[in-house]
Design a binder for this molecule. Structure first.
Ligand SMILES: N[C@H](CCC(=O)O)C(=O)O
Length: 281
C-alpha cells in the first residue's frame, strides 16, 4: 500500500479511536493531562465488538479509520483500543506516514513496574495474541502473567449495564482464576473496562494494584508530541465525536458514562469501506 504524505501541524487534532465507548476512558485521560490538544474521537459502533474479530478484519477496519482520520487532517492517531493495538499496530505503523500510538506497550511497562504477579483482563483477541504477556515479560523477566479473555464485558458496557447484578456475577467469574493465582496487580487490558471501576473496586481486594494503561499512554503521547514539535499551545481546544453506528445512542450512553453531553456525527460504513478500496488500488 502506498504511504500518504501529509505535513502535520501543531494545531491539528489528535485522532482517537475505539470500537465504541471504550476509548472514552482514554479520552478522559487525554483531556485531563493534555488539555490544550484538540481531539477527534471515532467510535466504530456499527462494528463493535472488535474482541472476536480476525486480524484480517481488524486490519481492514483500522486502515479505513486511519485513512479517514488523515482526510480530517489529524496530526497523530491514538489507538484507544487494545485489540487494534495487539493485532494491527505494527502493520499500520509501517504503512502510514504519521505518528500512531498504541496502548499495550505503555500499559505493560506500567504493570511491570507495579508488580510481579500480574493479571490482565482483556478481549479474547487481545488475550490470544499474548501481546501483554510478551510486553510485560520484556520489561520484567521475573514477572508472572495470567491473561483472561472477558467476551461478555464489552456488550454490557456498551449498554451501560455496569450497575447490574448480572454484570457483577460475570465480573466475579472472570476474576476467579486471577484471585486463585494470587495476583498483586490487575491490568485493564481493554479500554472499556475502566468504566467498570466502581464495580471492580467492590470485588477486588484493596491490596491489588489496578493499572489503567491509558494513564501511561498519555505520558507517551506527551513525549511524542514534544519530540515531534507537535504540541498545541492554542488556548481553545475542541473535541469532535463521530461514530459509524447510531449517533443518538452513542451520545446517550457516553453522556451517562462520562457525565458530559456531546454532539455526535455519523460516518457511514460505505464511506469508510470506500477509503480502504481506494487505498489498495
Ligand atoms: N475497547 C477495545 C475493543 C473492545 C471490543 O470492541 O471488543 C479494546 O480495548 O480492546
Amino acid at each position: 500500500m502506498a504511504k500518504i504524505l501529509q505535513m502535520p501541524i501543531q494545531t491539528g487534532k489528535i485522532g482517537v479511536f475505539d470500537s465504541g465507548v471504550g476509548g472514552l476512558t482514554v479520552l478522559r485521560e487525554i483531556m485531563a493531562h493534555l488539555p490544550t490538544e484538540s481531539l477527534l474521537y471515532f467510535g466504530d459502533t456499527a462494528r463493535v465488538p472488535y474482541g472476536d474479530r480476525s486480524q484480517t478484519e481488524l486490519l481492514r477496519f483500522v486502515r479505513e479509520i486511519i485513512t479517514w482520520m488523515q482526510g480530517q487532517g489529524v496530526k497523530m492517531v491514538v489507538m484507544a483500543c487494545n485489540t487494534s493495538s495487539a493485532l494491527a499496530l505494527e502493520t499500520v505503523r509501517a504503512e502510514f506516514d504519521m505518528p500512531i500510538l498504541g496502548i499495550i506497550l505503555p500499559g505493560a511497562r506500567a504493570a511491570a513496574k507495579a508488580g510481579r504477579r500480574i493479571g490482565v483482563i482483556s478481549t479474547v483477541a487481545t488475550a490470544n495474541s499474548n501481546a501483554y504477556k510478551q510486553a510485560i515479560l520484556e520489561a520484567s523477566p521475573v514477572a508472572e502473567v495470567w491473561q483472561v479473555g472477558c467476551p461478555d464485558f464489552v456488550p454490557l458496557i456498551e449498554k451501560n449495564r455496569i450497575d447490574d447484578p448480572y454484570t457483577r456475577a460475570v465480573a466475579t467469574d472472570y476474576l476467579k482464576p486471577l484471585m486463585a493465582a494470587n495476583i498483586d496487580t490487575l491490568v485493564y487490558g481493554c479500554t472499556h473496562y475502566p468504566h467498570l471501576a466502581p464495580l471492580m473496586e467492590q470485588i477486588l481486594p484493596p491490596s491489588i494494584k489496578v493499572i489503567n494503561p491509558a494513564q501511561s499512554l498519555v505520558s507517551a503521547m506527551a513525549k511524542e508530541l514534544d519530540m515531534l514539535g507537535l504540541r498545541n499551545t492554542q488556548s481553545k481546544p475542541d473535541i469532535d465525536f463521530y461514530v459509524s453506528g447510531d449517533p443518538i445512542k452513542f451520545a446517550k450512553v457516553s453522556g451517562q458514562l462520562m457525565g458530559f453531553s456531546s454532539q455526535v456525527q455519523p460516518v457511514s460504513l460505505s464511506v469508510l469501506e470506500g477509503l480502504a478500496i481506494a487505498q489498495s488500488v
